[in-house]
Unconditional design. Structure first.
Lengths: 708, 120
């Protein structure tokens, strides 16, 4: 059981302990956060000077939780007549209803106290324990305690307002003298506002009240359908296998929870990356999650495409790793970003997001038929294509490579495996910069193929279509030579390093090459054998780095753990190349793993073999919920049902494990209106993990599968 | 007294070509604290300024140094805003293309000057 409770609404979230208290410390990132700033670092309830203990805690919905408590100090022989209930709903701060019940026959008098403090730490300061450069202050205004922080004209305030009569208040606490009659109760509302004067779009309307008030129990997404409507609009999944149904429902709710409302489109939403550190717009995470969610909630993709286009790079800016046409990596609103001590306003240090954005643009149109958006974004798409050739390919060798131009605060690794040690040789040594990772070349190939279609069918530019097709063909031919490692049975190198040497670690990245279609079928076949081997397939998912490689560590962030979204991409790629049974095996394993995580897949879990642990082992600091892990089960459903949009029809070609019996996905919305997909469990999965050999169905060429 | 803001906006009293803003269409009002109010009218690369308050798609508020710094491309609009030095309200969708164009051109005046001299 987690020791913390997290609730969120947009980019505002509260992380508390199971009592509902907040006591932040460098290694306990608890707090009330909004706009990448911690507005409460302490929020502690005491009764007569003692902290209550927890009876039970429920996170009832993504935005609200309740805590049932009792005074501490009792024992099994003495039942306290006092119990406490805290109900909390987050949104523009939080609203808390604090109620104390007296079940005894006599009235009681209790001193109730809330200790409050705000350190206004930027999220980067929380992570790195940095010192503040401005000044903290406070004001007492009747029943309101204002905690503030000022650095030049950067001002953030936390307003704590209470409804009950206050007995004492100072800069650290608010106290009440609660007289509770026999069999009675005492209650107060506590409103905690994250007050920002001049939040973008609110210069004339400062944020002064919480979104939810006393008694609110239903989510009110900004101008968006309710949570109920959101889940109702998604396809209806029917299956006799409960773990799949529960995981699907959890994924939909978590996707709703992870929506953020961008200032440019306040009545629309797109996926943030994950709780707690990444409740912000991340280009890669938003694009990938939108891709995963297309059959289920295509509106996320629309907003993602539009927002990232509006904030596309326009200049060469080394501090931000910005280049014309590049799609952003990460946008932040905290103090360090404001004062340009961090480059996230926004930061552009991703080499893969630009081609991924192009892929999403095409895939969005395939599902929705929304040619209008593709036309409106044509200029941005052309700029993105120019970025690939003019800036992504830094040295003119025909491959996109990366190396930050901001050596102080830029990202070293600008691919999805962005930890410092992820791009390594088989012997564990690090690759030199600039690095051209293999999956990025796959994304570029796919982006050019897809944009050739858009140019031909929607933009009316046959010359561009021909050029992009020609470039893609050339890239594929060169890639299959330059990245192929013939040793150890043959596989694709993780990258080319700064000296154009093959970075020969065996990694899950080759699964992304299947997804993008750049791998030649004979080489794909060899990759599949590796991916499904014991060195890479744990029985739950695909390891990021094969067991036995020099840097392999089953709890290394990108060097041995299993990432659900990564495994989903592998399964998607297997399906593309005709490995239906292998894809089904991975999909089934991932749903089994989700079942072990209360139906919510974490960002990553340990790469231990299923045979040795019998359950997937948690990775210590994984984000949860995390957007693209939330999207992974959705991809697995798509993979098992074999959903492929072709013109105005949705092709369904199920390959469902026999263990599941049947899947029905009803009311799948798209350019075809709504259709239903059915799949019966006909794929027999052997008990052993490796499925290589004896597979029917020859691999399809990439052109046969997707590119029409 | 002629301030830098007055001088800046006076340069656009007659319409000037700013090709970097070819994709921008809208009216942008600048309330410069203690100095005055101007509206920039931008229509497909033609930029002109009028003094005085009138309705606009988007209204900015800030001190002279910050407003002029942003328009000259010397200050980053978003971080200036995030520091509390620069307010923006109205149709925010009019923002990205305008400031993207400004940054790409190295500031409004520089872009206009470059266009006048035929530098692309």
């Amino acid at each position: 059981m987690s020791s913390t409770i997290s609730i969120l609404e947009g980019s505002t979230f509260v992380v508390s302990d199971r009592v509902g208290d907040i006591e932040a410390s460098p290694d306990e990132p608890l707090g009330l956060f909004a706009f990448d700033t911690r507005f409460l670092s302490r929020w502690v309830l005491t009764l007569d000077g003692k902290r209550p203990t927890v009876l039970s805690t429920d996170d009832l919905a993504y935005f609200r939780a309740q805590f049932f408590l009792a005074p501490s100090g009792g024992n099994v022989y003495v039942n306290s007549p006092i119990s406490i209930m805290r109900k909390r709903a987050v949104g523009d701060g939080f609203h808390e209803d604090l109620t104390i019940f007296n079940s005894g026959p006599k009235a009681v008098d209790i001193e109730v106290r809330i200790e409050a403090a705000a350190d206004f730490a930027d999220l980067f300061e929380v992570k790195d324990a940095l010192k503040k450069k401005g000044d903290l202050y406070h004001r007492l205004e009747g029943r309101r305690l204002v905690l503030g922080y000022k650095r030049e004209r950067f001002v953030r305030e936390t307003w704590v307002t209470v409804s009950a009569e206050v007995s004492a208040m100072d800069e650290k606490s608010i106290s009440f003298r609660a007289h509770i009659p026999a069999h009675g109760e005492w209650t107060t509302c506590l409103d905690v506002v994250t007050a920002i004067d001049g939040a973008l779009g609110r210069a004339d309307a400062p944020l002064t009240k919480t979104k939810y008030g006393h008694g609110d129990i239903d989510a009110r997404p900004n101008g968006l359908p309710s949570l109920q409507k959101w889940t109702d609009q998604a396809p209806d999944l029917r299956t006799s296998w409960d773990p799949m149904k529960l995981t699907y429902t959890k994924s939909l709710v978590d996707l709703a929870a992870l929506r953020v409302y961008p200032s440019l489109y306040p009545n629309e939403s797109l996926p943030a990356a994950g709780l707690p550190w990444f409740m912000a717009v991340f280009g890669r995470d938003s694009v990938i999650t939108s891709l995963q969610a297309l059959p289920f909630a295509s509106e996320l993709a629309e907003t993602t495409l539009k927002l990232l286009a509006m904030r596309q790079g326009t200049v060469l800016d080394s501090f931000r790793d910005e280049e014309p046409g590049k799609i952003l990596h990460e946008a932040r609103w905290g103090e360090l970003t404001a004062f340009e001590e961090r480059p996230h306003s926004p930061y552009f240090g991703s080499a893969d997001v630009t081609p991924l954005w192009l892929i999403l643009l095409d895939e969005y149109e395939r599902w929705t038929g929304d040619e209008g958006l593709v036309r409106r974004l044509e200029k941005h798409a052309r700029a993105a294509l120019r970025w690939i050739d003019d800036f992504g390919d830094r040295d003119g060798d025909g491959y996109v490579e990366y190396a930050t131009r901001n050596e102080e605060t830029g990202l070293v690794n600008q691919c999805w495996k962005d930890s410092w040690d992820s791009i390594c040789f088989a012997d564990g040594s690090l690759a030199s910069l600039p690095r051209a990772t293999c999956e990025i070349q796959g994304y570029v190939y796919d982006a050019k193929r897809r944009c050739a279609r858009l140019a031909r069918e929607i933009w009316g530019d046959q010359a561009l279509a021909d050029r992009l097709d020609s470039e893609a063909t050339s890239l594929r031919r060169r890639f299959n030579d330059d990245f192929w490692v013939p040793e150890r049975g043959g596989y694709f190198a993780l990258a080319l390093d700064g000296k154009k040497r093959k970075v020969d670690a065996m990694t899950s990245n080759m699964g992304h090459l299947l997804w993008s279609g750049i791998a030649d079928p004979d080489k794909a076949d060899k990759c599949v054998k590796h991916l499904m081997s014991d060195r890479m397939f744990t029985g739950w998912g695909i390891r990021t780095l094969a067991e036995g490689e020099g840097s392999y560590n089953p709890i290394g962030y990108h060097v041995g753990t299993v990432w659900p979204h990564d495994t989903a991409f592998v399964a998607w790629g297997l399906r593309r190349y005709g490995y239906r049974e292998h894809a089904a095996r991975l999909a089934y394993a991932m749903f089994e793993a989700a079942n072990c995580f209360q139906h919510r897949l974490p960002e990553a879990f340990a790469g231990y073999s299923r045979e040795s642990t019998r359950f997937p082992v948690e990775y210590p600091t994984a984000c949860s919920p995390q957007a693209w892990a939330t999207g992974a089960p959705l991809v697995m459903l798509r993979v098992m049902l074999g959903l492929v949009p072709v013109l105005d029809r949705l092709f369904v070609d199920p390959a469902v494990p026999a263990q599941i019996e049947q899947i029905e996905l009803l009311n799948i919305r798209g350019r075809w209106g709504t259709v239903d997909a059915f799949g019966r469990g006909r794929v027999s999965l052997p008990m052993q993990k490796s499925l290589v050999g004896g597979v029917d169905g020859r691999p399809l060429t990439p052109e046969q599968v997707v590119h029409r | 007294m002629t301030t830098s803001a007055v001088k800046f906006f006076e340069e656009f009293a007659t319409p000037r070509d700013v090709p970097a803003l070819a994709d921008v269409r809208g009216s942008y009002r600048f309330d410069v604290t203690g100095v005055g109010t101007w509206v920039l009218h931008i229509e497909c690369g033609k930029v002109s300024a009028t003094a005085g308050a009138s309705e606009a798609d988007i209204v900015f508020k800030g001190d002279e140094a910050d407003v002029v710094g942003v328009l000259e491309g010397k200050k980053h609009m978003l971080t200036t805003f995030m520091q509390g030095r620069f307010g923006a309200a109205g149709n925010l969708l009019k923002l990205p293309a305008f400031f993207g164009g400004l940054r790409a051109a190295g500031g409004l005046k520089a872009a206009a000057q470059a266009a006048k001299e035929g530098v692309s």
